[in-house]
Design a protein around this ligand. Structure first.
Ligand code: PLP
Length: 359
């Protein structure tokens, strides 16, 4: 194991800010005025409800979420939403458009297709998923109930640098791997959803932001705990919410505010990824296949020009404290995930290692 600092480049979970972990450690054992650790609080009590309200409020401020959008903290991860979107938004047999930009949009379609008639509005397949099809290639169904995109393809290392125009059709975005990495024009979306495990932290928690007019189309058989309207009307407490995960998410939201909010975070994220992509492009030993303008700032995917050296690259990186750099099994190669809490020093350490390895 490395003796110096250790950096976690895993795609499936984000590094948590150190100061948030320290605060959580202290507060876990501190029973304070309520006489309870946050882990022990009943969700029906005022102490937890204040934590939950504050977390929602901080998220609203960070993203500048208008009042006619609801913020829900649900369970089940982003994969549950793949099925819950059509259940909440479409009648049985209803139609939806999906943009196929890579691994996770295909997952969303496979699951969503069990509950809706799905059409692929455009696909990156013909390009080997090295780019996101430009808007001119999209064939949109004006009568679709929604149009689904994956704003950041975690496995393929692709991201939208532009916002699609779907006419009047509600735009739905899976933002699991780039949520809170930058400011958003919320009003351009009907629904935004994200698993929390990357830029927020606790796995299992799922954030859903939904426009009020989309709250009333759920099919009668939609489970109540996953019915957006039911949860909105009960302020996210129709059943026991993920109390500790919501508390932790709230700490991360406040940490983001202390960093200067999402514009400051976005600038730092841009610096991190640009520096890494420049180092890749400057070397003959590394290759990034993604089209320049579609490269993900969160998940930097690349290959060694000599692929037979990949295992050695990963082993040496690990000995330097640069952990979990292996690409997703579906893609292979190398993937450096640079979520919000990855410090710039982590990226610099990676670049230095890449130069040494290339030499
Ligand atoms: N969507 C994207 C873009 C992801 O990166 C992931 C997980 O990594 C998922 C969905 C699935 O999330 P979950 O594991 O929370 O179901």
């Amino acid at each position: 194991f490395a003796t110096g600092p250790v950096y976690n480049f895993a795609a499936g979970s984000g590094t948590m800010p150190g100061e948030v972990l320290c605060q959580a450690r202290e507060e876990l054992l501190e029973r304070g005025r309520s006489g309870m650790s946050v882990m022990e609080m009943p969700f029906t009590g005022e102490a937890f409800q204040a934590i939950q309200r504050q977390a929602v409020q901080d998220l609203r401020e960070l993203l500048d979420i208008p009042d006619h959008y609801q913020v829900l903290f649900l369970q089940g991860g982003a994969s549950a939403q793949f099925a819950l979107l059509p259940m909440n938004l479409l009648p049985r047999g209803g139609r939806a458009d999906y943009l196929d930009s890579g691994y996770w949009s295909r997952k969303a379609m496979a699951e969503g297709g069990r509950y809706a008639r799905i059409r692929v509005a455009a696909s990156g397949a013909a390009y080997g998923y090295r780019c996101i099809p430009r808007q001119a290639e999209w064939q949109l169904d004006p009568d679709a109930g929604y149009c689904h995109i994956t704003s950041n393809e975690t496995v393929d290392g692709l991201a939208y640098s532009w916002l699609p125009d779907t006419g009047g059709v509600p735009l739905v975005a899976d933002m699991t791997s780039d949520f809170l990495s930058r400011p958003l024009a919320i009003e351009r979306y009907g629904v935004i959803y994200a698993g929390a495990q990357k830029n927020i932290g606790p796995a299992g928690l799922t954030v859903v932001i939904v426009r009020d007019d989309l709250l009333h189309s759920a099919r009668p058989e939609t489970p109540s705990v996953f019915n957006y309207r039911v949860q909105a009307e009960s302020e996210g407490r129709f059943n026991t919410p993920l109390t500790y995960a919501i508390y932790l998410a709230g700490l991360v939201f406040r940490w983001l505010k202390r960093q200067g909010g999402l514009s400051a975070i976005a600038a730092r994220n841009r610096r991190k990824s640009e520096r890494l992509y420049e180092a890749i492009d400057a070397s003959q030993r590394y290759v990034c296949r993604a089209r320049q303008e579609d490269r993900s700032p969160m998940n930097v995917c690349f290959d060694l020009a000599d692929a037979s050296l990949t295992a050695e690259f990963l082993a040496q990186a690990q000995r330097r404290g640069l952990l979990h750099l292996q690409g997703h099994p579906a893609r292979g190669g190398v993937r450096a995930s640079l979520y919000n809490a990855m410090p710039e020093q982590g990226v610099d350490a990676l670049i230095e290692f890449m130069r040494d390895f290339a030499a």
